[in-house]
Ligand binder design. Sequence first.
Ligand code: DLL
Length: 411
Amino acid sequence: MTLHHNDPVHTLRQTIISAKKASAAWNAKLKDVSPEEIKSLDDLKKLPFTEKSDLRDNYPLGLLACPKRDLVRVHASSGTTGKPTVVAYTAGDLDRWSSIMGQAMATGGVTSEDVVQVAYGYGLFTGGLGVHYGAERLGATVIPASGGFSDRQLMLMEDLETTVLACTPSYGLRLADLIEEKAIKHSLKIGIFGAEPWSEGLRKNLEDRLGIVALDIYGLSEIMGPGVAMECQHKCGLHVDESQFLLEIIDPATGEVLPEGSEGELVVTTLCKEALPMIRYRTKDITRITRDRCGCGAEGARIDRIKGRSDDMLIIRGVNVFPSQIEVALSHISGLSLHYVLEVSEKDDLKELTVCCESSESLSEREGKEMVKKTGSHLAAMLGIRTGVRILPPGSIARSEGKAVRVKKVA
Ligand code: DLL
């Protein structure tokens, strides 16, 4: 397929034609769609949504829009149940991903002078290799550290004078703790944190303690991997390259397209994918699109920091809360470390939430009780919900090396 980046309508039509031609599953899904009907981007609404279940139902590669021999790489995201979702790339796809990712890093202020330590996991997860190739494309020096082995991370960081750390924000917090604990001398300037929801509070914590600019990067395997959206140093929304990705916001309950500026579920259509194009892919991620001019001068679309996934939203006695909102509330309480877990139990069909968080210092019994009270009333004031609170000693919550598991179901 030839990709015409400067005419998105043409590219969209081509995408539909090649998907229908190559895959029986796409052909069935798009049976009522004739590409000629797509006359403007407004006609995007006429196309059906694609969801994770479409990939799962056509496991492993039923949605492939190119001959299988054209593939040069696969990645996969682990599902909560059963088989993973497999995503695939042609050489052209990898080339475009590298340049989109390189451009995203440049948007964040990374240059060819930088030493980028990639502490996202390498392997089936797209994080490691995605950031790796983007940084190389930019001409930066890459340290392919992968996730975990924290002592080795710190050694490499110190000895090779890493200037850019790329990892999940929760692992960034873990590394920040260790850097302080072991008094590591480092040269970090920029953090590229993503792959999980995080808060302004955690950004400030990482920036203050590491002396860096901490930036948010967004992406998902089904669309490509990291680099779909990335903040610049003005930190007011994540820039999206609309010549590659068409964005919509829908009501997650009804699927209705919402007016620009509304908060809702992000839907992405790819204009840059040969192997696995995605048409109106429902990301489940809750955000907003803005187009006002950014402080950096860019005028294109930006998305807000992702609030959470529609399927991670907790409904506690009728009040909707995302784990990231709890993190925001916790970040306002001095004396807590931002390592936390949310325990959800169900009693008589009602969900109960217990927020388990660590104090930054060891507390006496009396101090602990006061902290429980303070945290509980702060959460009630900020979120309008009563929750249980447990304050745990420093170091007692399991540290994440990749995506943190924040919500635990308990009996
Ligand atoms: O997490 C790709 C990635 C790697 C993004 C490294 C950024 C950095 P998946 O494993 O397929 O891909 O998970 C995608 O993670 O739908 C969101 O729910 C969540 N997510 C990704 N980035 C962010 C972010 C990678 N910056 C899913 N903020 C997405 C909040 C994020 N959530």
